[in-house]
Every structure is written in C-alpha cells, then in structure tokens.
Ligand binder design. Sequence first.
Ligand code: PLP
Length: 383
Amino acid sequence: MREWNELFMANYGTPRLTLVSGSGNKVIDSQGNEYLDFLGGIATNILGHAHPAIIEAVTKQIGELTHVSNFYAHPKGLQLAEELQQLVGVTSARTFFCNSGAEANEAALKISRLTGRKRIVAFTNSFHGRTMGALSMTGQSSKRAPFLPLIPDIKFLPFGDDRALKRGITKRTAMVIVEPIQGEAGVILPPQGFLRKIRERCDETGTLMTVDEVQTGMGRTGEWFGYQREGIIPDIITLAKGLGGGLPLGATIGIGKAAGLFQAGSHGSTFGGNPTSAAAALAAIRVLREENFLKRVRLLGERLKTDGSSIAGVREVRGEGLLIGIELEAANAQAVAQALEQRKVLVNAANPSTIRIAPALVTSGVDVERFLGCLEESVGQVR
Ligand code: PLP
C-alpha cells in the first residue's frame, strides 16, 4: 500500500495509527495492538464499534432499500423525524436531514436569511464546521484567516458573558448560534443560565436562537440535548456526529416560525436522511432509550470529574456526561495524549493544556477506572 502522504492532501497531518477493527470502545490497529478508544470518533460512535443493534439495522436496511433520493419518502426517514420531534417535545418541530454538522449549520444559516434579516451573532472560540458558511460562524481566527473573505455581518460575542448580549443582539439580528458546551475549544462550559439569557434576548428582539448540538446532542451529556439543562426551547437545533450511531447523518430541526421558512426548492441534500443512516439512527435511539442508559452516562461523567480532578498534575476536569475536558497544570496535553497512546488509550489534545475525551456511551465503569489509572501514569510520566 502507498504511504498516506502519497495519497492524501495534507489537511489532517499524517495519522500515526491505522485502525482496522473494533468492538464496543476497543479498537485494533494494523499491528494487532488493542486500544481503549476514549475519543469515540470524536463524540460520534455513541454505541461504539460493531454494536449488534447497528449491525442488524444497517444490514436489514441495505438488503431492503438503499437510496431513494428526495423525490420519495421512506419509512425510516419518517420514523426518525417523528422520533426527533418527540425528543424535542414540540409538535411544530420539522426536520431537514443532511450528512454532517457543517451542513446542518449551513442549513440553519440559510433559514436565518429567510427571516429578512442578515446579521448573525456567534461566540468567540466557537466551532460550527469547515464549510464557508459554518466557518464564517466559527469564532477561531486561525481557522478563518486563510479563507477570508467569509460571509459578512457576523459578530462574535464573548462566550459566557451575558452582559454582552443586550448590545450584541438587536432587532436586526437574524440568528444567534451557540454551543451548549464548546467541544472543540476544549470542553468549555458557559456559566449556568447563559443559554437562558440568550433565549430571553432572542425573544425580546425576534431573533432565531440556534443551538449547535452536533457534539453535545444525542445523549452525550447525559441528556438528549445539552440545552435541556437550562429548560429552554431553541428555534433551531443542529445535530450530526452521534445522531447516525456512527453513520453519516446530520439534521437541522426548526421549531415554530423557523420550522416553516424553507419552502419547496429552498434547500436540499442528495444523501441527507438516506434509509441506511436513518435505520442506524433509529437503532441507536432505541438503545439510548433503555432504562437508566442516560443516567449511567451522567454518573460516569461525575466519576471522571471527581476522581480525575484529584490526579496530581490535573488542574480541573470539566464537562457533562461523557464529554469531558481534562485541564492539565502544564501546557503538555500533546505529550500526555502520546503517553496515553503508549498505554493503549486513545484521546485527543483539544488545545495545548486540555485533553478531551468523548468515549462511546456504552463505556463501563471498568473502562473509566482503566482510563483514570493510565491518565495518572501518563501525567506523572511527562511532568
Ligand atoms: N459543530 C460542532 C459543535 C462540532 O463540534 C463540529 C465538529 O466537530 C461541527 C459542528 C462540524 O461537524 P462536521 O465535522 O460533521 O461537519
């Protein structure tokens, strides 16, 4: 086989490992080494690898109906949209299916234009995707700078500072887009009540509130959606990552007025909501609905925070459920991630001082113990 660099563009750097198989949250590399996968395809494989429910649903679906285009309805798409409507808990919720998080946010951006307003408010250090619209709303200048000019009239407010909302969001603002927890930035939580303050200001100004649940949605935080902890209902919810149970699937859910702005021909996606990805998503939701499943996710998160924060060299462990950021005392997250890899544990350094973990939601207490032991050794090794 030819080398990575001879085949791929350089945008991802050169991966150190080639993964060939997996089961639950264990993966095997091309040398036969087994790893504890605590990154979960970056918060994507909610049921881990080769989950029987996903295998069965996808195998059955691919044997029945593969792809139908958007000229036709299909049962799995209808069932999934109904499930999402139920999970959101509002009968006015309407779904547009796509394939990824960036696409879900692009659709939200286009919906916002149909309000007749053009201005967008996003937040510093946010991440909403790499396509031009989603990148325009991403508050990280290093990612934006090479691609200027981006979409105009997008203002970035400080994440978590509710005093900035009054002046920043006005009657000319079409949409505010916010992550309940900033995942890519290093698992940053806003102060409690921040989302509610945004909701209130959006109500005062007639602005659409979009909550980007691409990383936090589908049980990741121990709730179906991250915004639920604040008891609000957004106007638009964007989903991807965990939604497809490991298969590519994104969704933009509009509620109330936002549900009705797209008209026939406004937007589309060839593969969006295809039967196979929809079947996988339905299977994943069925498993997540099992008794105490999400409660267990919350408890594991609490354990990681309590036990992780007592490790020497760890400044803070933050997050909700199984979206966790481990803030180190030194800016050596990259070295700690490598030391963990030597111990056959996969994580990622979200920023120079933060390790991010987002393992499959089927992770057990035993896996968490093993992870914490390896973390302690790894932080000790590189101090
Ligand atoms: N929004 C959030 C909050 C994300 O974390 C990501 C990806 O990490 C995206 C959007 C983009 O998703 P995708 O890579 O599927 O386009």
